[in-house]
Design a protein around this ligand. Structure first.
Ligand code: S3P
Ligand code: PEP
Length: 412
């Protein structure tokens, strides 16, 4: 499967979309369930490759754990293998070996873990080589690089002899993911204390209690459907997204507020959310610090609607599956828009330039979100998306869901 050609909806757009389950919630539930002796039942675990990889590696006795391109799987398993004293080599795709892990490794070493870098200092591959229960119970850790390091430490903290207090330094990014971790830990019987005023998180040395857990649908995956409604030419479009909740643990539920000014009305029901269309505003400014995975969706949507978008809080995009700032800058040009850095590393704008390709072919940079963020362009015009298989990382059924609203034709 080298590419997929997408054609606009033939008539009115009404569809029910099952969505994928959240890989973030799944990967936390899988780690915590493992730490509580695999005794709970997890419902609706994600079919996402990142979560299936987590399941496979938690069960495997192979000394080499290849996480492929899954960031949470790499970071959570590093802490899990280190603190449970397992001897494992963690590796991944070439890109994974460029994604930093030094902050987490330094923290785990201070807690008593022996971890070795096998190639480059600060990056995978790494080996965990035992745990000596002689470390500290208080650590300062940067909060402005990846929240995944913090979540990884929090989840193993109940196993430490004296629990753990983390002092977060710098501006904390992706905070809702940290709160998701704490709430899931609480579900499994560990009462944590988060003081966001002085940025300290405290976890007692309490064993996890086995529990059953039901995972919600994925709000990051839902964001592409909000974009499709915003871009639909059919004013009576209605899309029902299944399995989403109003009181979600997922910070990407912010898409409801982001998309309102872009013309999407959301109504919660007992099954999920119903999206309909209303008039949009002409500009939007949004800080993506708490929801970095939504930046691509919103950038593409605004570019095509000609809405001036000001983005802040997107620094972390450069160290994700690809450099997402560069990837967006390159691909947005194909739909007559540009992503401009208006203040170094802090403020960007998406602006219309007007010159676009007749049938744009979007590259995906080994990044599922590049494929899914650009797919909604097909609500207005024919497009081609290269390497569509990338969606498997978080939303393997994306193209099946997409076929409910638009033409989806795979090209070998
Ligand atoms: O903890 C998580 O489940 C995630 C945290 C975020 O990463 P950062 O904390 O690195 O921003 C997010 O981008 C990623 O998709 C999933
Ligand atoms: C950044 C992402 O994932 P991860 O960091 O877990 O690879 C993502 O899913 O957009």
């Amino acid at each position: 499967m080298n590419a997929v050609r997408l054609t606009p909806p033939a008539g009115s757009v009404r569809a029910t979309i099952p969505l994928a389950s959240s890989k973030s919630e799944s990967n936390r539930a899988l780690i915590i369930n493992a730490l509580s002796g695999f005794r709970g039942t997890l419902h609706n675990v994600s079919a996402a490759r990142d979560s299936q990889t987590m399941i496979r590696l938690l069960k495997s006795e192979d000394p080499i754990a290849d996480v492929l391109d899954a960031g949470t799987t790499m970071r959570f398993l590093t802490a899990y293998f280190a603190v449970t004293g397992q001897y494992k080599t963690l590796t991944g795709t070439p890109r994974m070996c460029e994604r930093p892990i030094g902050i987490l490794v330094d923290a785990l070493r201070a807690l008593g873990a022996d971890i070795e870098y096998l190639q480059n200092e600060g990056f995978p591959p790494i080996s965990t080589k035992g745990f000596f229960r002689n470390g500290t119970n208080r650590l300062a850790i940067r909060g402005d690089v990846s929240s995944q390091y913090i979540s990884a430490l929090l989840m193993v903290a109940p196993l430490l002899p004296d629990g753990l207090t983390l002092e977060l330094t710098g501006d904390v990014g992706s905070r809702p993911y940290i709160e998701m971790t704490l709430r899931q830990m609480e579900h499994f019987g560990v009462q944590t204390v988060a003081n966001w005023e002085n940025k300290t998180l405290t976890v007692p040395a309490t064993p996890y209690s086995p529990a059953d857990y039901a995972i919600e649908s994925d709000w990051s995956g839902a964001s592409y459907w909000f974009s499709m409604v915003a871009l639909a030419e059919d004013e009576s479009v209605e899309i029902d997204l299944l399995g989403l909740k109003d009181d979600s643990l997922q910070g990407d539920s912010a898409i409801v507020d982001i998309m309102r000014p872009l013309g999407v009305e959301s109504k919660f029901t007992d099954k999920g959310v119903i999206l309909t269309k209303k008039p949009a505003e002409s500009s939007l400014a949004w800080d993506f610090t708490n929801c970095p995975d939504l930046a691509q969706t919103v950038a593409v949507c605004c570019a095509l609607k000609g809405i001036l978008l000001t983005l802040t809080g997107i620094e972390s995009l450069k160290i994700k599956e690809t450099d997402r700032v560069f990837a967006l800058q390159t691909e947005l040009q194909k739909i007559g828009a540009e992503l401009v850095e208006v203040e170094k590393n802090t403020r960007y704008e998406v602006r219309k330039t007007g010159v676009s390709d007749s049938v744009p072919t979007f590259e995906t940079y080994d990044d599922h979100r590049m494929a899914m963020a650009f797919a909604p362009v097909a609500m207005r015009r024919e497009v081609v998306i290269e390497e569509p298989g990338v969606v498997a990382k978080s939303y393997p059924s994306f193209w099946d869901d997409m076929a409910r609203v638009a033409g989806v034709h795979f090209i070998d």
